[in-house]
Ligand binder design. Sequence first.
Ligand code: B4P
Length: 191
Amino acid sequence: MLNIIICGAPGCGKGTQSDLIVGKYNLKHLSTGDLLRKEIAEKSELGITAESYISKGNLVPDEMIINILSKNIEAFDNDINGMILDGFPRTVAQAEALQTMLSNSGKEISTLLDLSVEKDELIDRLLKRGQTSGRSDDNLETIQKRLEVYELQTAPVSDFYKKLGKYAAVDGMGSVEEIFGRIASILDSKK
Ligand code: B4P
């Protein structure tokens, strides 16, 4: 079973590459960003609270995210090739909760793919997406805050997986196809 985490700074290409990985390896895709945006679109209580954090460039509280993710992981049956976690874990507390969740169901993470992209390119990509996305977090002020939050709260997650020997750095600069080629060669070596 291939259970992958894909992470990196906002705009690094997590969602874009996840779609390609799902297509090639037939995995279940769980994006915490997509789950939250669905709740926001439905104007649920959780969505309204989440939007107040997201629009300011902050992370949604761990407890809320762990809750929403665990419900979705439990819904998977065992008859799958594996899953890709896109945008989760984003804090060390989330990584610890994930370890417990998976070990309770006899699963483990195969590898964490860490996409690295230069800061100017990240800002460029997100501003471009902001022209059509309608997302409250794709504007310059919020993007800068998201990048700060990433360095403080999410970058330490890499060390957690380095210690477990599950870390793979991926150069996230270049075309979508070039980056996917780099990812596929890592994943093919894990099968
Ligand atoms: P996400 O939805 O995960 O937001 P993201 O980081 O902007 O998305 P992503 O990185 O997938 O976008 P992509 O590069 O593919 O989260 C949104 C917010 O939700 C967070 O800020 C946080 O507040 C909250 N949240 C989510 N998960 C959470 C958690 N676990 N804990 C707490 N809070 C959480 O795409 C960016 C753009 O680049 C696209 O337009 C794409 O087309 C373009 N692009 C991609 N690859 C490219 C390439 N190679 N070249 C040029 N452009 C490219």
